[in-house]
Design a binder for this molecule. Structure first.
Ligand code: PEP
Ligand code: MG
Length: 522
């Protein structure tokens, strides 16, 4: 198993090296990977572990991990880079030991329906979106990042269908129904006709939504509601929605990291952030600092193995543990702040202690840049994502201390309802209609309204046609949604009065059960 795995890994690397220009950075990285693969110390360690009775996969993992941990102890960035390469080679070797082939989407010649067991966000972000008709996977839920990404591209995605991969074997076609969450293989004529009619209706709606993309939201009683977009891939700024949105309510900076082969340096980050800021001119761009962990991993950066990664060393916590990475990002963001209207936002804050600690590091970075004579926006707003119940319950104090906040309902809902957003089995418990969760959101809205500080919602709930109006009714005046939904959200809100939405929200907040809320919203 190890010998065949080594042979396959070597063949894959050789093939990739041959395709690269000699001396190019990619060729150099791949050469380094080949060296790691044949490292005699590693080979000896793996063999010793196998000889002592440990299985091949665990031996490979443990031998590499021991070396990676050692390298991560060293402060020198060169050693850290080496650890990153080792993670990459380890993953390749593990796959090859199982005889699995590397997925090469660049070979696709016609669009496909992608059926998978599990789709990680880094898998998803590297998919060629023009070659995807739809996505279906056995694991995950509506608020998994794979689903969020697909939705932002306007691609139907159904996650959390058990037995899907086996059911897909030897099938010729499939319907992926993202409205009802169903996947139908080899549909018969009648089903095809039914879906053709449904698609026709949806196309008519889509045309009306496309027209509404250009219209900022003013309710029928004259209240303006900012409608912004969430940006993942930098290409998201080239869409129609980006041209007309009121700003970027959430720039998921970690996707830049997930698309890279190694940690993007200050210059690469500065270029990416500047590009987005310039594209939006005076419109605000809320840049969220690195939110890795949970279901978001970096192929080249080893995260600790955790029982509950969503409750673990995630986002800001990870940045505190790797302050060098955090500082590099803050430097890039502060430099880019001179190019537009940047608001900086920290994710996964669970107390004001977190916020103060992050702000102190930011201040230090700003002073450092000042001493270097580099100009930054001195007025840059600094805020938080409200995603944990602990900070939500401190909303009044948070509203006094922060410049703004955005409610990350995807996480706030899972943490409040104690139902993992990745776990299909408990998906019904992760319900935004839970009155406990809605009351918490209303409490945050009251605190920020009273303090007169900007508050938005950037989780998927903002695009929910039933609950979006409830959020506005609570007093929230900024909703950030995936670009593909901007038109429908604008159309939905512009046709309503703020007074009606406030009355609806009061009705909903008086409910005591999920079912009552559902009954009201229809
Ligand atoms: C959220 O938690 O609502 C959010 C927007 O962040 P993410 O989905 O990336 O965790
Ligand atoms: Mg979140």
């Amino acid at each position: 198993m190890l010998a065949s795995g080594m042979a396959q890994a070597e063949a894959e690397l050789t093939a990739r090296i041959e395709k690269c220009e000699a001396g190019s950075p990619e060729a150099e990285i791949l050469d380094a990977h080949m060296e790691i693969l044949h490292d005699p110390c590693l080979a000896e360690d793996i063999q010793a572990r196998i000889d002592s009775g440990v299985c091949c996969a665990a031996s490979v993992w443990d031998a590499y991990q021991a070396m990676i941990d050692m390298l991560l102890e060293v402060e020198d960035p060169v050693f850290r880079g080496r650890a990153t390469d080792m993670v990459d080679v380890r993953n390749r070797l593990l796959r090859c030991c199982e005889g699995l082939q590397e997925t090469d989407f660049s070979a696709l010649r016609e669009p496909i329906v992608l059926v998978a067991n599990e789709l990680t966000p880094s898998d998803t972000i590297s998919l060629p979106r023009d070659m995807l008709v739809a996505i279906a996977a056995e694991t995950g839920t509506n608020t998994s990042h794979a689903a969020i990404l697909a939705r932002s591209w306007g691609i139907p995605a159904v996650l959390g269908v058990p037995g899907l991969v086996a059911a897909a074997q030897n099938r010729e076609g499939a319907i992926v129904d993202a409205v009802d969450g169903a996947v139908i293989f080899d549909p018969d004529e009648e089903t095809l006709a039914l879906y053709a009619a449904r698609r026709q209706n949806m196309n008519a709606e889509a045309a009306a939504d496309a027209a509404a993309v250009r219209q900022p939201v003013v309710t029928t009683d004259g209240v303006a509601v900012a409608t912004e977009i969430n940006v993942g891939k930098i290409e998201d700024i080239e869409t129609d929605a980006a041209g007309y949105a009121d700003g970027v309510g959430l720039f998921r900076s970690e996707f830049l990291f997930m698309q890279a082969e190694q940690l993007p340096d200050e210059e690469a980050q500065y270029r990416a952030y500047s590009k987005v800021l310039k594209a939006f001119g005076e419109r605000p761009v809320i840049l969220r600092t690195l939110d890795i962990g949970g279901d978001k991993e970096l192929s080249y950066f080893s995260l600790p193995k955790e029982e509950n990664p969503f409750l673990g060393l995630r986002a800001l916590r990870l940045c505190f543990a790797h302050e060098d990475i955090f500082r590099t990002q803050l430097r890039a963001a502060c430099r880019a702040s001179a190019e537009g209207n940047l608001w900086l936002m920290f994710p996964m804050v669970s107390s004001l202690d977190d916020f103060r600690r992050a702000k102190a590091i930011l201040r230090d970075v700003q002073n450092e840049l000042g001493a270097e004579g580099i100009s930054c926006d001195p007025q840059m707003k600094v805020g938080i994502m409200i995603e944990t119940p602990a900070i939500a319950l401190m909303a009044e104090a948070a509203a006094r201390e922060t410049d703004f906040a955005s409610i990350g309902t995807n996480d706030l809902c899972q943490y409040t309802c104690a139902a993992d957003r990745m776990n299909t089995t408990v998906a019904p418990y992760n319900a935004p209609e839970n009155p406990g969760f809605l009351r918490l959101v209303a409490q945050i809205a009251r605190a920020y309204t009273q303090e007169g500080k900007p508050l938005g919602v950037c989780g998927e709930l903002a695009a929910d046609p039933r609950l979006g109006p409830v959020l506005v009714g609570m007093g929230i005046r900024s909703l950030s949604v995936n670009g593909a939904s901007l038109g429908s959200v604008r159309r939905n809100l512009s046709g309503k009065s703020c007074a009606d939405m406030a009355a609806l929200s009061e009705q909903v907040l008086a409910c005591t059960t999920i079912q009552d809320v559902k009954d009201i919203l229809g």
